[in-house]
Design a protein around this ligand. Sequence first.
Ligand SMILES: NC(=O)c1ccc[n+]([C@@H]2O[C@H](COP(=O)([O-])OP(=O)(O)OC[C@H]3O[C@@H](n4cnc5c(N)ncnc54)[C@H](OP(=O)(O)O)[C@@H]3O)[C@@H](O)[C@H]2O)c1
Length: 442
Amino acid sequence: MSQRAVGVGLVGLGTVGTGVVKLLQRNAQVIAQRLGFPLELRRIANRELETGHGLELDGLHFDTDVEGLLADPTLDIVIELIGGSDAARKLIHTAIGNGKHVVTANKALLAEHGAELFDAAAARGVDVAFEASVGGGIPILRALREGLAANRIESLHGIMNGTTNYVLSEMEKTGDDFEAVLARAQELGLAEADPHFDVDGVDAAHKLTLLVAMALGAQISCDAIPTEGIRELSPVDFEVAREFGLRIKLLGIARPRPLDGGGRRIEARVHPTLIPAGSLLAHVDGAMNAIAIHGDAAGPTLFYGAGAGAFPTASAVVADLMEIARAIRRGFAGRVAPLSYLPDHLEPCSIVPLAELEGRCYLIFGVADRPGVLAQLTALLAEHGVSIEAVLQRGGSSADSVRVHLLTHRTREASVQAATAAIARKTFVTQPPRMIRVEEGF
Ligand SMILES: NC(=O)c1ccc[n+]([C@@H]2O[C@H](COP(=O)([O-])OP(=O)(O)OC[C@H]3O[C@@H](n4cnc5c(N)ncnc54)[C@H](OP(=O)(O)O)[C@@H]3O)[C@@H](O)[C@H]2O)c1
């Protein structure tokens, strides 16, 4: 090795941090052979010194002094792996202020405060890299920034949260309800003790915010993304979906929607989605992730892999370290557009309201088990312009109620919303109506 090492510091020695240390140690040779110089992890800071991860840290500067690490002149790159918002935001600002390049996996932070952090990095001439924040080990951000850079992206559909995909796959396979499967996922370490971010779609919305910027050059607010989680799904939904030739996945979906007269809005949403059982995404099971992207030149592409876990996530973190280290050695670090589009070309965009969507819908009604109810239900749907493709009736929550499952023809969502609101007011309704959107043709 002719060139001197690039110095790296790590803050946060949890699941991913431990994976990064192990990967840097295990693959030091191959990393140096690819770079032409070594990456040297010189310093680690963590809140606790008891790591219990069986790490070999001899010779490494390891303490609780985060500020000391951020100011250490021997470090070129700082890795932030503490997670959360406030402390991580402050940490990254301090690192940037000290002239350090930063690698992070913190999608929650970037979705909320990315613009401010990227601006600060650009002003200081350093890079902020975040491949691990979306899709874990899948190099999806690099694919958008490099491999697909010549394309106009026409649509993006992703299974972006492994916890929810595991829960949905298990509910479908076992017929167990949401709470039982979630409890199993927690025992297996596949779901957090507080699963809110995962099961309510918040994590997927964070990732979608970053993907929309990278794929479409559009700045959207993650709080404005219509987001529904998976808590309301019941085992019978999976049975009925199968009979309709569909499967249920929690998808993040985005596409640009040009406006007449110029400009555009962005269709961006996260919700349980029925997709054709034969589609590639329908076959992504367990904790795996997959993102399907349609480019105007490349056509359909699909990226599949482990969306979380110590080593898959470390794979993405270390790839970022290597990219920045190369740029440092070549003298052009700090000149990469982190969101793929140059900052001047990232355009604030509004999100298309759900009411304007058009597609097939699966509707579930709990209704009184008496003659004439089904006729009233379908009449109310017809009054609002919602026509029915298929109907199934299954047992309800009590002896005198049944569940009616309907698949509509393509309809504007505003019509479905108006029809279900009208139906919900009827006395024959025993449970509030639910709706799952069908997405096809991607
Ligand atoms: N886990 C995954 O598979 C995965 C996948 C993709 C992205 N990510 C992202 O990667 C990041 C890290 O996730 P993780 O799963 O590795 O989290 P984790 O296991 O909770 O690890 C975080 C570590 O940082 C330490 N820490 C927290 N606040 C600190 C502070 N202010 N100063 C110093 N140390 C601090 C924690 O110490 P204590 O234990 O004492 O709190 C813990 O050791 C998060 O942004 C997460 O969203 C994780």
